[in-house]
Design a protein around this ligand. Structure first.
Ligand code: ZN
Ligand code: ZN
Length: 112
């Protein structure tokens, strides 16, 4: 087996009507990612501009209409306002976890 267990999802659930996505990882970690975190940290160039630190951009629609897998490395969401340019790599999704264990080292884009 290749790759990092920390950034290999074994289960992704986005319960309809809930404003959270649940991801379980191959290392046993469980992440609960609120939609406002996912949308606010959308990694696309429209939201993030060019370069610099990844920033939280408030105000986007928080309904997820559709989820597509991109290759074997990322997910792409279509939001209620049809914004769909963000490609969320599994590494990036793991970096957005703010559970008790992850919060002290929380830094979007960085998995310690
Ligand atoms: Zn975006
Ligand atoms: Zn965590």
């Amino acid at each position: 087996m290749t790759g990092d267990l920390k950034i290999t999802p074994t289960m992704v659930k986005a319960p309809h009507g809930a404003r959270v996505m649940n991801i379980e990882w191959a290392d046993g970690h469980k992440s609960v990612l609120p939609h406002d975190t996912l949308r606010g940290y959308c990694p696309c160039a429209v939201c993030q501009g060019h370069g610099g630190e990844i920033k939280y951009v408030p105000g986007g629609d928080l309904d997820i209409r559709d989820i597509q897998q991109v290759g074997n490395y990322a997910l792409q969401f279509t939001w209620g306002d049809r914004h769909d340019t963000g490609i969320y790599t599994f590494r990036y999704l793991r970096s957005l976890c703010q559970c008790d264990e992850c919060r002290p080292t929380f830094e979007p884009g960085k998995v310690p």
